[in-house]
Design a binder for this molecule. Structure first.
Ligand SMILES: [Zn+2]
Length: 876
């Protein structure tokens, strides 16, 4: 027993935390090993001022990650209260750090306390009296994180002081907290960004350059890095959830900064609404911690704080923890000037009227980095206190939340039928649930629900399980409440988007089943694509065929391009060997090299490969070998970054279009992507050469000549794919005959991130493989009326229905303005090809089902168009 405990403690100290894996039968908590000695550590721990050479919070000074990491490591080496762990490397190869902090006695029994939390989080088979016993014996875990938003610099600086104080202070106050709590501290959730922002800040000292790093401070998603808790795409997101899945903390404090005019410190309670899948106990516990923080600051004489404004408790894209048992405590401190310099106003800063949720206005005209650290530190310690002095209720309430989840009777389950048209969509969704510790069962034989029969291999997500709420909120349709600022007034702005229905975003079917059914199903331990059997090699006159339905097919296309394997698409539907192939079907000559790529990729994606005996005599295309994709990426443009992540996942041959490329765009690119956020200004003016060093020359403006060069690139035969506000830019570029139809008045039309109805033409090459009614994502975007069909040859790829309900999930005011409006248009501009979408067909990697149209278009434009005769020869 003792040896085992010691071995597992040693392992825990050195291994990277594995992503959470669901388990149907949680182990009983380990017995406490009272003989295990506390870790023997000693040595003087220098104060932050001694170690860094400058006091933390000094105006104009920001500690850097290269110094912070060794300091945290030193504290871990010398303090018996602190375990240092490098969880792994970030996207750019920096260490992602976790500090586990408690009394030495508690740390010696960390496995025991972790096992209690795990048992309470999954209380199947646990009696109420046993739960109460565990709540008496256990300790709550308080997870605090700083620095997910790298220009919100104060919180990670504060974390340096927190680590030092918690490691060294000998007061009864602090010992009391450490005796009663286990603190998990991630001093920086986005180390890459801290390096980029703070190093840039240091490098531009004593220059006339802007001090703020101008680009995405996370390789792919910048400020959207806290919108990744649905898709879980980023390395850092996965480290974070691995900590949550392992320790099941009761509290998760996420420390941010807001604008300089905001309350000095915002904490919960939040605004309405809260997602119905968040347990009411957690909503209340969130309020409890937030108000304890407010009380602490008020008692300490810190003024200007508020709650119940701006931030709501709705979207899971901003919060994973709350579907996994932890109250999410968002703190938002007001920012200072130029990251780290005092903000000085003409009078007292911020709002000056008292309110019940803003009880004492701030009374100074100055706000400093030191103030930010003091305010958020007071809030942090007040949060620790309120949990540390109430451990039983926190633990027992954890049990109550989980108990409700595991005894839920309705709805009963979601069923995801086997053999769907897009195996990649199903695979991606199941992967998200599996990472989210949701148990997924797979049927070993066919079963029936009512009159419907599901084949063996179908997936079942029972709702009677600990984290069913996470799956449910992602599978169901959102019905966002109608919240107006006053009766008849404009809408109350949601803090983020209002819909997250994965089946609509990715393109698969999930059936909600209300009442119990019987199925012979087993819990799966890993998510795998469906097994694919390669067909017998077709004759030399035939071809391998891949359907166009799955967005994952573009991963296969990218692989074929990398291997320089000629790839064709039929422009019309055809039949071969009794199987129907839709327009857009990919055909590849039956070579050994092609077979190898297709086999590898089919195994990785689950996308079936077929053999066609006779290549049909239909018109078609041959993809341009090695199609060269250009990405327009103004610095800090998140839509470009998210799409780059998708491209990197698929290994697409792309690069970012840089300043010097505009001298000869056609020499470098076949197709250019113009995502949402790319404007005429971002191209023409770009970054200013007087405000940024020459390292940023790639992003300096290219002037009107560059804008004209982009026009000519298309007119002379290039391809451009524009979406969201990129379509406004394309309209300017080509004087497109389209007129916006949506009123610019939130009271009349409002679509704050919702999923809408759409009519799509699957015979248009941009929409090959789409279902005719696949919905689209709209987030404050535009829809159009086509004013001329003769200016350029144009075809409607996608439009809003002429009547009926435009909303499928989320919130929409004034849907009738969308009636009959056009959305996707394919254009011939001179010798070139242009696709425009008013809505965002690439949004944070979410709406992969419709993003397929972007992939279709970027390969279609540069392709060689073939007659039926040419196509039938398939290049032979
Ligand atoms: Zn933030």
């Amino acid at each position: 027993m003792k040896a085992t405990a010691a071995a597992s403690a040693a392992a825990a100290a050195t291994t990277v935390i594995a992503p959470g894996v669901a388990s149907a039968a949680p182990a009983a908590p380990a017995q406490p090993d009272t003989n295990q000695p506390a870790a023997k550590k000693s040595g003087n721990i220098p104060t932050p001022a001694q170690y860094f050479g400058t006091p933390i919070g000094t105006d104009g000074y920001l500690a850097q990650w290269k110094d912070m990491v060794p300091y945290f490591k030193l504290i871990g080496q010398r303090s018996e209260r602190v375990n240092y762990q490098e969880v792994g490397k970030t996207t750019l190869g920096n260490p992602y750090v976790l500090l586990t902090i408690s009394s030495p006695q508690n740390l010696a029994r960390l496995d025991y306390y972790t096992s209690i939390n795990a048992r309470l989080a999954d209380p199947r088979g646990l009696s109420d009296s046993d739960a109460k016993k565990l709540a008496t014996e256990g300790l709550p875990f308080y997870f605090v994180q700083a620095g997910i938003h790298s220009t919100e610099v104060g919180n990670s600086q504060a974390a340096i002081e927190w680590a030092y104080r918690l490691a060294t202070e000998q007061s009864d106050y602090l010992k009391d907290i450490l005796d009663n709590l286990i603190i998990l501290m991630v001093p920086c959730q986005n180390p890459d960004g801290l390096v980029l922002v703070n190093d840039y800040f240091a490098a531009t000292a004593n220059t006339t350059f802007s001090r703020t790093y101008p680009d995405l401070y996370n390789k792919y998603n910048g400020h959207d890095d806290n919108r990744d808790w649905i898709m879980l795409t980023q390395t850092e997101s996965n480290y974070n959830i691995s900590i949550l899945n392992k320790y099941h903390p009761q509290v998760f404090q996420d420390s941010h900064q807001a604008g300089s005019g905001a309350p000095r410190l915002f904490t919960p309670p939040y605004l309405s609404p809260y997602d119905v899948n968040i347990d009411p106990i957690l909503v209340q516990q969130t309020d409890t911690v937030g108000l304890a923080m407010q009380r602490g600051m008020t008692a300490a004489g810190m003024k200007g704080n508020g709650w119940g404004v701006e931030y709501d408790y709705w979207t899971p894209s901003r919060q994973y923890c709350v579907y996994h048992g932890a109250a999410r405590i968002l703190t938002e401190a007001a920012s200072v000037s130029n990251l780290a310099y005092p903000l000085v106003g003409n009078g007292p800063l911020g709002r000056q009227d008292k309110d019940i949720n803003f009880i004492e206005p701030y009374d100074s005209n100055t706000w400093t980095l030191r103030n930010i650290i003091d305010w958020v530190s007071e809030a942090f310690y007040s949060g620790l206190e309120t949990v540390a002095y109430d451990t039983y209720n926190w633990l027992y309430n954890s049990y109550r939340v989980a108990h409700k989840a595991v005894t839920r009777t309705s709805p009963y389950a979601y069923v995801i039928e086997a053999g769907q048209r897009d195996p990649q969509a199903v695979f991606d969704a199941l992967t998200i649930f599996h990472k989210g510790a949701v148990e997924i069962h797979q049927a070993k034989s066919a079963f029936s629900v009512g009159s419907k029969t599901y084949a063996a291999g179908s997936y079942i997500i029972y709702m009677k399980q600990p984290y069913a709420g996470f799956a449910k909120t992602l599978l169901e349709v959102q019905d966002y409440p109608l919240l107006l600022q006053y009766p008849g007034g404009p809408p109350q702005q949601p803090y983020d988007v209002t819909a997250q229905t994965l089946p609509m975003l990715l393109g698969f079917k999930a059936d909600l089943v209300g009442s119990q059914f019987d199925a012979n199903a087993t819990l799966i331990s890993a998510v795998k694509p469906p097994a694919v059997t390669m067909p017998t090699a077709p004759p030399n006159t035939g071809a391998y065929a891949l359907g166009p339905e799955s967005y994952g097919v573009f991963r296969i296309v990218a692989a074929l391009q990398r291997k320089n394997i000629p790839t064709f698409r039929a422009a019309a539907a055809f039949t071969d060997g009794g199987r129907n192939y839709p327009a857009g079907t990919f055909l590849v000559q039956p070579t050994d090299a092609a077979r190898q790529v297709l086999q590898d990729q089919a195994n990785a994606t689950g996308i079936p490969v077929y053999a066609v005996g006779t290549v049909p005599a239909v018109a078609g295309i041959q993809l341009k070998p090695g199609t060269r994709i250009g990405m327009l990426k103004p610095p800090d443009n998140m839509p470009s970054g998210w799409l780059m992540w998708m491209f990197d996942q698929y290994d697409v041959n792309y690069s970012v279009v840089v300043h010097d490329d505009y001298a000869n765009l056609a020499g470098k690119y076949d197709a250019i992507i113009m995502p949402d956020g790319v404007s005429r200004n971002s191209i023409v003016n770009g970054l200013s050469a007087t405000r940024y060093p020459s390292d940023w020359a790639w992003a300096f403006g290219v002037g009107t000549a560059g804008f004209t060069a982009l026009h000519d690139f298309v007119a002379n035969g290039g391809t451009l794919v524009a979406y969201g506000s990129g379509t406004t830019t394309a309209q300017t570029l080509f004087s497109l005959p389209i007129t916006p139809v949506l009123p610019n008045d939130d009271s009349v039309f409002f679509c704050p991130g919702s999923i809408l109805s759409q009519e799509i033409d699957p015979n248009d090459p941009a929409a090959w493989g789409m279902e005719a009614d696949h919905p689209v994502w709209m987030d404050g975007d535009q829809a159009y009326k086509l004013t001329s069909t003769t200016t350029y040859p144009v075809h409607v790829v996608a439009k809003y229905p002429d009547s009926g309900d435009q909303l499928q999930s989320g919130w929409l005011i004034g849907g009738q303005y969308l009636n009959g409006a056009v959305n996707g248009l394919s254009w011939n501009i001179g010798n070139g090809y242009l696709l425009t979408f008013g809505s965002e067909i690439g949004f944070r990697t979410w709406n992969r089902g419709e993003q397929k149209m972007l992939f279709n278009a970027m390969y279609y434009g540069p392709s060689q168009k073939l007659t039926a005769d040419q196509f039938q020869r398939l290049g032979r």
